[in-house]
Structures are given as C-alpha cells and as structure tokens.
Design a protein around this ligand. Sequence first.
Ligand code: 2AM
Ligand code: CA
Ligand code: CA
Ligand code: CA
Length: 261
Amino acid sequence: MEMNEHQIRRIDHAVCDWMLELRTRILNHFGQRLTVQTKTGRKDLVTNVDKENEKFYVEKIHGFDPQAKILGEEGFGDQVNSLKGRLWIVDPIDGTMNFVKQHDHFAMMVGVYEDGEPVYGAIMDVMNNVIYHGGPQIGVFANGLAVPEPENLSLSDGLMGMSASLVVNDVSHMQAIEHAASGMRIYGSAGLDIIAVLAGENVGYISYLKPWDIAAGRALLEPLGLVVSTIDGNALDMLSSNLVLVATKQAQQDILKIVQG
Ligand code: 2AM
Ligand code: CA
Ligand code: CA
Ligand code: CA
C-alpha cells in the first residue's frame, strides 16, 4: 500500500519531533560519563547513547507504524531480509567516533522505504541543530525551508568528501579522484558528508556504507537531482554494504571515467 503525501507529512512531523527530543537528551549526556565499547575493532565504537537512541526510535516507530519493519544499526529493530512492504532504517548516532572524541560533528538518520524505494529521509546535524528532511513526494527541506537544487558542478569544480580508509588504501582510484577534484574533505560522518552534498558545499562523497548510512540520504539526494550509485555506477543493494558514490550528475560521470580507466 503506497503512502500518500498526507501520510508522508505525518511521518515528517513525527520524525522531526523525535529528533529534537533526542537532541535534548544527547546534550544532557555530555555532562555524564559515556560507556564506550568496541564492535569489530578499535576504530568501530558504540556507546550507551547509540543504544538508548535506537531503543527510543524503535519504540516510537512501533507506536506510530506498528506494521512496519525496522532495520537499526545496533540491532534493536527486526531481523530484516526483504525489502517488501514498509521498512524504517535507523542510524541512531552517525559518526560515533566524532561523538566520543569531539562531542561534535555527528548526525542521526532515519529513512523510510516502501518495497525498496525511498519515500522519506531525515538527517540531523545534531550540534548545529539542523534537520534535512523530506522525500520525493514532499520535497526537501532544512528545518522547514525548501532546499534549492545544487548546481550540477563537475569534479574539477568541487570538493569531494571521502572516507579515510579508502584514501589511505587507494581503493577504486581514490587518490586519482582527489587529484582531479578541487580538494578532498574527510568528515567522519556519512550523514554530514551527505548534508554537504545536499547543501551544494561538496560535489560528492565516496565511502563504504551500510544501509543505515545511506537510507535517509538517498531519499533526500535524488529529489534534488543528485545521484546515488555504487562506485561502478550500479544501483545499491539496500540490504547490504556498498561502496557508495553520492554526487552531482556531472561529478558522477567524471568519477566513473576515472574508476573505469
Ligand atoms: P557510524 O559512526 O554510524 O558507525 C566514518 O567512520 C563514517 O563511516 C561514519 O558515518 C560511520 O558510521 C561510517 N561507518 C560505516 N562502517 C563503519 C565501520 N566499520 N567503522 C567505522 N565507521 C563506519
Ligand atoms: Ca557504528
Ligand atoms: Ca553510520
Ligand atoms: Ca551509527
């Protein structure tokens, strides 16, 4: 059952309210001791705030949309192995390393999909108190103000957001892409990298991403004429990891040329 514009606006109000409530809780946490654990290695962290946030989202989503399935990074949602029906995809803190080390430069992300297609996304830049929110049916807003389509700049005319490990290891010609761009930026939060592309600050972003890192972003990027694909220009698999390229249409072409040699 496809949702109409009115239903998506209801989701929008609810998600923005939840994010604002969580933001207040996060700011209060800064006065307290964080519990930090490692996941796959010493650079892959999770804190009590990641877990508490995800539990909060799962509880709110269950109350709001009881039939939907939830895919959350920290595992408090459902076991999801199909894109059929309505799926909420949640990243409770994006940029956990920044959150722990800097108390800044992190995001929260919520995406809603129907049969594998994006219908809604929200990314909050928590410390700047800005939410990018919307989708293909309702348009894209930053705290309620319409976001203009970014100019279709080429790679040579813009900054590229990249992930440190890809550049260090020169995966898929990352160093050649850096040389061709105006410059490279490494922010450490997929959500903030995506916001930089939405806002027209950067022409693209490349990183190895899980579904919760890109779900919200895809719902916001595509309505603004920006493109989301794998580094080979193929469609993403929204249930697994992808080497993701987010870009203006022109920068995507420029990067595909470099990658394909
Ligand atoms: P996270 O903080 O929600 O885990 C930089 O590390 C960016 O890449 C962050 O947005 C981070 O999201 C994401 N990321 C994806 N997989 C990661 C991993 N295995 N280790 C660290 N960060 C990862
Ligand atoms: Ca993580
Ligand atoms: Ca993330
Ligand atoms: Ca996370």
